[in-house]
Design a protein around this ligand. Structure first.
Ligand SMILES: NC(=O)c1ccc[n+]([C@@H]2O[C@H](COP(=O)([O-])OP(=O)(O)OC[C@H]3O[C@@H](n4cnc5c(N)ncnc54)[C@H](OP(=O)(O)O)[C@@H]3O)[C@@H](O)[C@H]2O)c1
Length: 230
């Protein structure tokens, strides 16, 4: 297993939900963390935590966050793409505004960050990318086609990153939860007590970051209810 000490992890969507739980888990484990946020929401910098503005819809903010992280810590060893939205878009919708926003935040955001950090991940020889996709990236279970389309694309992006980085020790995983008890699911028709918890996803992220180059999880599917996927 890889030791956390001194490894630098960038986490997007870091102020809330799965991203926030991941930041807290990784700090407790001894990683150095660069948190990308639109609003800090009480996330305060420390010696091992930097907090910088990141908006997935702005290429300039992605560039500034990556260069700010390298300036502060001198390296990037891992990227966790947790920022995401689940705006509604049905296949019958003529207005494509919601689809465009899903594409920008859920797909182009992780793609751009991955592209920008890849040289740094390559340099360390044990680089890691964890893309928080979804079971909606494995099957279409409801009318929100736009979200599923974006998450299938994140799974494809993850496979593309595995190809691009493999020879240089970069390993990429698509983490695919079902319902997780965060703000994103407050109006879901499913009991909150039965949803997966953000802290459980954070524990999985830590495990993925610690596995060696020779034990790679391509996709991690996480169920909170009985369903057959894949
Ligand atoms: N909750 C679930 O059931 C579930 C299941 C499967 C997959 N996921 C995925 O898990 C990831 C995290 O979701 P969550 O459940 O933690 O949801 P959440 O609590 O709603 O958090 C979403 C995060 O994404 C950030 N974000 C939204 N738009 C952004 C933008 N344009 N630029 C940068 N950051 C942006 C938010 O930042 P602000 O605080 O600034 O809004 C927030 O930190 C998402 O990719 C989601 O699709 C969630």
């Amino acid at each position: 297993m890889l030791e956390p000490a001194d490894r630098v992890v960038m986490v997007s969507g870091a102020a809330r939900g799965i991203g926030r739980a991941t930041v807290e888990r990784l700090l407790a484990a001894g990683f150095r963390v660069s948190a990308g946020v639109r609003e800090a929401r009480g996330l305060a910098p420390t010696e091992r935590l930097m907090v910088q503005r990141y908006d997935a819809e702005s290429l300039a903010s992605a560039e500034a966050w990556v260069s700010g992280t390298v300036a502060r810590f001198g390296a990037v060893d891992a990227l966790v793409n947790a920022a995401g939205i689940n705006t509604r878009f049905a296949v019958t919708d003529a207005d494509e505004t919601a689809l465009d926003q899903l594409w920008a935040v859920n797909v182009k955001g992780p793609l751009r960050l991955s592209r920008l950090v890849l040289p740094h991940l390559t340099a360390c020889g044990v680089g890691r990318i964890v893309n928080v996709a979804s079971l909606s990236g494995k099957r279409v279970a409801n009318a929100n086609a736009g979200y599923a389309i974006s998450k299938f694309a994140v799974v494809a992006l993850t496979q593309a990153l595995r190809r691009a980085g493999w020879d240089d020790g970069v390993r990429a995983t698509a983490l695919c939860p079902g319902f997780v008890e965060t703000d994103m699911t407050v109006s879901a028709q499913f009991p909150r007590a039965e949803m997966s918890k953000p802290g459980d996803l954070a524990a999985m992220v830590e495990m993925l970051l610690r596995l060696p180059n020779t034990a790679v999880v391509a996709e991690l599917l996480v169920n909170c209810r009985l369903e057959m996927v894949g």
